[in-house]
Design a protein around this ligand. Structure first.
Ligand code: ARG
Length: 250
């Protein structure tokens, strides 16, 4: 009897010691951005970003709790403390850096456009889209790019699937969004439906993704940066990258 009690007591102490050091961080994402974040058949968020942040925090003895929310609600949620961090294919921009702190960049992306395949001959460069109605995801760098091409003519939608539906139905002439995501959805829909329009102007738009934390949250930021470094060395980063992109990171 005594032995069991002692064993339980030490287990309780061990658990307490563990939880005293291990933290669970709430990480916000907008999971309609495959292959970075999307929900699987069971409704669970998954994808490169989701697995990346879990691996990063785990490498530091912590855990991630994924919280889904609209893209334009992520920074406000971080500022009001509803979440501790954001991983959502979020480009490090000067504008955002005024409001949040970013980790070291973890993925190099660019933009491209999606057009209806029937129009692929008509729209060959981003210049051809000038003045046309362009769909985009609200609050994204793709939306900002579209606004420069077609001031006042941007149709902002909540997510990529909605934007593609709008494009399909003729509500806009193109969708501008991050290239790897466009390629993923084009592949899913089939090239009979959609084609990619890509040119120098679009691909020279650098979209380096970073993980955001509240300004001044150096404790978490340092953990994340250390985690990114550690999993880079251990080969875990390579494994996660291969899992979602089929190739090792450059
Ligand atoms: N990289 C773009 C940006 O930061 C688009 C990100 C959209 N992400 C998402 N999960 N919906 O503006």
């Amino acid at each position: 009897m005594k032995k069991i009690t002692a064993a339980i007591a030490s287990a309780v102490i061990a658990a307490a010691a563990f939880s005293a050091n291990a933290a669970t961080y709430k990480v916000g994402t907008h999971p309609t951005f495959a292959p970075f974040e999307f929900v699987d058949a069971e409704g669970t968020p998954t994808g490169f970003d989701v697995e990346l942040i879990k691996t990063v925090l785990k490498s530091q003895g912590d855990e991630a709790e994924i919280v889904s929310m609209p893209f334009d609600g992520l920074i406000p949620a971080l500022l009001t403390g509803q979440i501790d961090a954001i991983i959502s294919g979020m480009t490090i921009t000067e504008e955002r850096q005024k409001r949040v702190d970013f980790s070291t960049g973890y993925y190099n992306s660019t933009l491209s456009a999606v057009v209806r395949s029937a129009d692929a001959g008509k729209y060959k460069s981003s210049d051809d889209l000038k003045g046309q109605k362009i769909c985009a995801q609200i609050g994204t760098t793709g939306s900002a790019f579209a606004e420069k091409l077609s001031p006042g003519q941007v149709v902002n939608l909540n997510n990529e699937p909605d934007a593609l539906l709008e494009l399909k139905n003729g509500g806009c002439e193109a969708l501008i969004n991050d290239r790897p995501v466009n390629l993923y959805y084009i592949k899913q829909a089939g090239d009979a439906a959609f084609s990619e329009l890509v040119d120098e102007a679009l691909t020279s738009n650098p979209d380096l993704y970073g993980i955001a934390v509240k300004k001044g949250n150096t404790e978490l930021l340092e953990k994340i940066n250390k985690g990114l470094e550690d999993i880079g060395k251990s080969g875990e980063l390579k494994a996660v990258h291969e899992q979602w992109f089929g190739v090792a990171p450059e």
